[in-house]
Design a protein around this ligand. Structure first.
Ligand code: NAD
Ligand code: UDP
Length: 336
C-alpha cells in the first residue's frame, strides 16, 4: 500500500519541492500549511507538475484539533515537518513568535503523532545549529550553538526531539541540517518566493536582476576568505528535496533515526554567487561593499560524508544550475 506522508509547511519553498520529489518516488502526500509564507496558487502549480490532485489542509500546525482531524482523515505513515518561521533577523525582534511557531508547533505535532500512533518524523533543521563552526567543513558531531532566536528554536527542537525519542521506542526521527538551499524546480512553476523583504543572498540578487534594487549590498569585504566575502555551501533545492526522499526511505526501512547535513561540501563566496547569477541573467549585476551584517560568520561549509555513507546522498547540481533555475522562476513570475 502507498504510504501517505504529511508535509507541514508543504506549500513553502522546500516543502513544495519535496512534495514533488516524494510523489515522483511513489509516496502519497498531504499538505498542512497556513499560507503565511506561501502563495495561494502553489497547490495548483503542484497539480500541474505532478498531474494529480493535491490534498491541502489550510491551518496552523499549532492547532491540535486540526491535527487530530488530519490524522483521523488520512492514514499518515510519516511526517515531514517544514512549517516554521525562518528569518533570523526578524527573530531577534520577534523571539516569542519564533518560539511559539517553531517550538510549540513541534510539540503540538509530536502530541498529535503520538495520539495517532505515527512514529516516523523528518525534521527541517539547519546549519544554524552549528553557530560559528570551529571546524570546516563542519561534521554533524561539531558542537552546537546559536546566534539568534531562530537558531535557538532549531537547536531547542533538536533537543526536544532527542528527549522525546529517547523516551519513546516507537518514535524514530531524521534530523536534516540544511545548508543554503537555492534554485527552483525545472518547470519554473515553483521556487523561492519571499512574501516581503528578501533577507537571503540569492533572493536579493534576483531583485537586483529584476531591476527592483539598484545593487547587491555585499555584507563585508574583509572576511578572512579567498576574496574577502562570506562563503556558504549552496545546495540546489531539487537536490535537497531528493535528500528528504532518501532520508524518509531509510527511516521507514530501518526504523532508526539519523542526523545528517544536507550540503554539497563546496563553498562559494558572495562575489562568486553574484558572478554565477550574472552568467544566468546574461549581464553583470552591480554590487557595493556594505558593512558586515551583525551575527554573520565568515564561512560555513558542510561535511557531506555522513549523508553519502548513510543515505547514498550526493548533491548533483552546481551553482550555474542553481542560478539559472532561480532566474527562470523569478523572471517568469515577474512577467505574468
Ligand atoms: P518557507 O517559509 O518557504 O516554508 C515554510 C512554510 O510553513 C510556509 O509555506 C508557511 O506558510 C508555513 N507555515 C509557517 N508557519 C506555519 C504555521 N504556524 N502553521 C502552518 N504552516 C506554517 O520556508 P522554507 O525555506 O521552505 O523552510 C522550510 C523549513 O526549512 C523551515 O523549518 C526552515 O526553518 C528550514 N530551513 C530553511 C532554510 C532556508 O534557507 N530556506 C535553511 C535551513 C532550514
Ligand atoms: N549576503 C550579502 N548580501 C545580502 C544577503 C546576504 O552579502 O543581501 C551574504 C551574507 O553575509 C552571507 C551570504 O551572503 O555571507 C549568505 O547569506 P544568507 O542570508 O543567504 O544565508 P546565511 O547567512 O543564513 O547562511
Amino acid at each position: 500500500m502507498t504510504l501517505t506522508v504529511l508535509l507541514t509547511g508543504g506549500a513553502g519553498y522546500i516543502g513544495s519541492h519535496t512534495f514533488v520529489a516524494l510523489r515522483a518516488a511513489g509516496y502519497d502526500a498531504v499538505i498542512l500549511d497556513d499560507f503565511s509564507n506561501a502563495r495561494q496558487d502553489v497547490p495548483d502549480r503542484l497539480e500541474v507538475i505532478t498531474g494529480a490532485p493535491v490534498r491541502v489542509h489550510r491551518g496552523d500546525v499549532r492547532d491540535a484539533g486540526l491535527l487530530a482531524r488530519i490524522f483521523a482523515e488520512h492514514r499518515i505513515g510519516a511526517v515531514v515537518h517544514f512549517a516554521a518561521l525562518k528569518a533570523a533577523g526578524e527573530s531577534v525582534r520577534r523571539p516569542l513568535d519564533y518560539i511559539d511557531v517553531n517550538v510549540t508547533g513541534l510539540v503540538a505535532l509530536l502530541k498529535a503523532m503520538r495520539a495517532a500512533g505515527c512514529g516516523r518524523l523528518v525534521f527541517s533543521s539547519s546549519a544554524t545549529v552549528y553557530g560559528t563552526p570551529e571546524v570546516l567543513p563542519v561534521p554533524e558531531t561539531a558542537p552546537r550553538g546559536y546566534a539568534n532566536p531562530y537558531g535557538f528554536t532549531k537547536l531547542a527542537c533538536e533537543q526536544i526531539l532527542e528527549q522525546v525519542a529517547a523516551a519513546d521506542p516507537g518514535l524514530a526521527v531524521a534530523v536534516l541540517r540544511y545548508f543554503n538551499p537555492v534554485g527552483a524546480h525545472a518547470s519554473a512553476l515553483i521556487g523561492e518566493d519571499p512574501q516581503d523583504f528578501p533577507n537571503n543572498l540569492v533572493p536579493y540578487i534576483a531583485e537586483v536582476a529584476l531591476g527592483r534594487r539598484p545593487a547587491l549590498n555585499v555584507f563585508g569585504g574583509d572576511w578572512p576568505t579567498r576574496d574577502g566575502t562570506g562563503v556558504r555551501d549552496y545546495i540546489h533545492v531539487e537536490d535537497l528535496a531528493r535528500g528528504h526522499v532518501l532520508s524518509l526511505t531509510r527511516l521507514l526501512e530501518t526504523g532508526e533515526g539519523h542526523t545528517v547535513n544536507l550540503g554539497t561540501g563546496r563553498g562559494y563566496s558572495v562575489l562568486e554567487m553574484l558572478a554565477a547569477y550574472s552568467r544566468a541573467v546574461g549581464r553583470e549585476l552591480p554590487h557595493v561593499i556594505a558593512p558586515r551584517r551583525p551575527g554573520d560568520v565568515a564561512e560555513v561549509v558542510a561535511d557531506p560524508s555522513r549523508a553519502a555513507a548513510l543515505l547514498g546522498f550526493r548533491a548533483e547540481k552546481g551553482v550555474d544550475e542553481m542560478c539559472a533555475s532561480s532566474w527562470a522562476f523569478v523572471s517568469r513570475r515577474a512577467n505574468r
